[in-house]
Design a binder for this molecule. Structure first.
Ligand code: NAI
Ligand code: MG
Length: 354
């Protein structure tokens, strides 16, 4: 197949990890006879420096016309003045909006070889396979904000349509997986959560009777994620709860450097990126872990291009590389760590060996 993939390296370690991920995609394309075109575009801090705009119109247009978007990370100390009028993160928010992305998928599957890197006891982690679906465009992050001398407020609101579309995506994923969906809210105190719960129950009853649905309060969920992570399959929740719970869930996998994500909407273009940021503390040293970005490419192949076998191939290759102790510094413990490039090469060798 032919596909046009927009690559947005961004800032910090973004260019280092996306370069390696692109070479992995090229090796998969060669192996399976596909033709992928890669166009590179500016976003974030580098785009502010070069164009005075964290999401230049040319970048957005290229993304809208592509089949999928692969992003590294944006931000860094150079652009981090909170009072600055233009900030790198605005580029990412504008991109999500411009592509109509509302469901953020974050799989958490601790790899056996990385279990020791997690602060959670290994016996609790074996067999954990969770997909968190976070709503991306609504809730308190986007509501009206006010501030005067002695008070401030943030409005949290959700429409039925906003809840329906993300919850349907989550039900569909649950149906393809183990048929179990947990919806997380705070319905004992928040009106938006009561609406969330009503809409979710209705969709479950009317459209997904084959999926088992449970509602769990967010504070209890924070506890269950650490005490019994194996019990969960798909978890769906609103924007802020999802932001917090996904960072918590990432600790199950040991390193931020292992966790991919996909952001999807109704349009054809999905956005794929590691969940970590631009890691300015290690940028430019060639030691960043590229696996999260490589695994994001597997999600890209699966969700945007429908190339399931190729997606599995990348995931198995990463498993193989980790089994062979191809560890970057964040995972290596006492052992001698590999560079970003060498870890990518270990994955490519696994792909070629299959
Ligand atoms: P971060 O995720 O960049 O780094 C947190 C810690 O994890 C650092 O010690 C870093 O070295 C380490 N780390 C992250 N990714 C790694 C990798 N692939 N391999 C090895 N170690 C890794 O989060 P932080 O430090 O809070 O933010 C740094 C910058 O990134 C900020 O400007 C922030 O706004 C931005 N950011 C951007 C995101 C995005 O583009 N989606 C998401 C999160 C933060
Ligand atoms: Mg976050």
């Amino acid at each position: 197949m032919q596909a046009d993939i927009a690559v947005l390296p961004g800032d910090g370690i973004g260019p280092e990890v996306t370069a390696v991920a692109v070479s992995v995609l090229k090796s998969v394309a060669r192996r399976h006879g596909h033709q992928f075109e890669f166009g590179q575009h500016d976003i974030g801090g580098v785009a502010i420096d070069r164009h005075g705009d964290p999401l230049p119109p040319a970048t957005l247009r290229a993304c809208q016309q592509a089949d999928a978007v692969l992003l590294g990370a944006v931000g860094g100390p150079k652009w981090s003045d909170p009072n600055a009028r233009i900030r790198p993160e605005q580029g990412l928010l504008a991109l999500r909006r411009g592509l109509g992305l509302y469901a953020n998928l974050r799989p958490v599957r601790p790899h056996a070889a990385a279990l020791n890197a997690s602060p959670i006891k290994p016996h609790l982690l074996t067999g954990v396979d969770i997909m968190v679906v976070r709503e991306l465009t609504g809730g308190i992050y986007f509501g009206d904000k006010t501030r005067d001398a002695d008070s401030a407020s943030d409005l949290c609101s959700y429409s039925v349509v906003e809840i329906e579309r993300v919850v349907r995506s989550a039900f569909q994923l649950a149906r393809q997986r183990r048929g179990y969906l947990v919806s997380v809210d705070k319905a004992n105190v928040l009106e938006t959560s009561r609406l969330w719960r009503d809409v979710t129950s209705r969709i479950g009853r009317d459209e997904f009777a084959d999926v088992r649905l449970e509602h769990v309060l967010v504070d209890a969920m924070a506890m269950h994620l650490l005490s019994k992570p194996r019990e969960f399959d798909v978890i769906v929740t609103e924007n802020m709860f999802g932001d917090i719970l996904t960072d918590e869930a990432s600790m199950l996998a040991g390193s931020l450097g292992l966790l991919p994500s996909a952001s999807l909407g109704d349009g054809k273009v999905g956005l794929y990126e590691p969940i970590h940021g631009s890691a300015p503390d290690i940028a430019g040293k060639g030691i960043a872990n590229p696996y999260a970005t490589i695994l994001s490419c597997a999600m890209l192949l699966r969700h945007s291009l429908g190339l399931y076998e190729e997606a599995d191939c990348i995931e198995r290759a990463v498993d193989g590389a980790l089994n062979a102790q191809a560890f970057t510094a964040d995972l290596a413990g006492g052992a001698r760590p590999l560079s970003t490039q060498a870890a990518g090469q270990a994955v490519i060798e696994q792909i070629q060996a299959r």
